[in-house]
Write a protein that binds this ligand. Structure first.
Ligand code: NI
Length: 195
């Protein structure tokens, strides 16, 4: 009987260790520390004035980055409205946050198209485009997925894309993220903690 108890206790202990270890691993994989090691990187893109910019141009300020496309009917305008409203809620401190939109539809999102689009949201919004190669590189660095859907008419199509708002540090490191649904108040509160 005693032996049975010991074996049972050993099995329970082993099971608990496995479950506990797995839970720890899962929580670590989900943690910002893990994600932070993976998200972000250098880029070289063109802004809405036709100027080439790199990640270095944003050093010293927090970056609030969203990937999307101008013709997006829902998620993109929602994300950009929430991001820029959050920056406004921060008042003067909001000047230390650069809102950035990176197009995943460089075919249609030309400098001219991006100029009008950016102006509709915020005077400091940087709307970036580039070659498909340049966009694929930066999207990969941010673990952003995008895929052009079938054309419904010539030149008319949607682009399926991840909808994540990334908050990056003054040194360009990942801090946290939001979705396009995160409202300006909670977003501003999270940004404020990291200013
Ligand atoms: Ni979109």
């Amino acid at each position: 009987m005693l032996k049975d108890h010991r074996i049972r206790a050993a099995i329970i202990l082993l099971a608990a260790t496995l479950i506990g270890g797995t839970a720890l691993l899962v929580s670590w994989l989900r943690s910002p520390e893990y994600a932070g090691a993976q998200i972000g990187g250098p880029f070289s893109l063109i802004d809405q004035t036709g100027k080439r910019v790199t990640e270095q141009d944003f050093r010293g300020k927090l970056m609030l980055i969203y990937f999307g496309f101008v013709f997006c009917p829902d998620a993109c305008p929602t994300a950009l409205a929430n991001m820029t409203d959050a920056i406004e809620l921060l008042g003067p401190a909001g000047d230390d946050v650069s809102p950035v939109f990176i197009s995943v539809d460089p075919e249609r999102d030309t400098v001219e198209v991006l100029k009008d689009y950016a102006e509709a949201f915020h005077p400091r919004l940087k709307a970036l485009t580039g070659t498909m190669e340049e966009i694929q590189k930066v999207a990969k660095e941010y673990r952003v997925y995008f895929k052009k859907a079938a054309e419904t008419a010539p030149g008319e199509y949607l682009v399926d894309h991840s909808s994540i708002v990334f908050l990056m540090s003054r040194e360009g490191r990942y801090l946290t993220h939001f979705t396009h649904m995160t409202l300006p108040e909670p977003m501003a509160a999270e940004i404020k903690k990291r200013l």
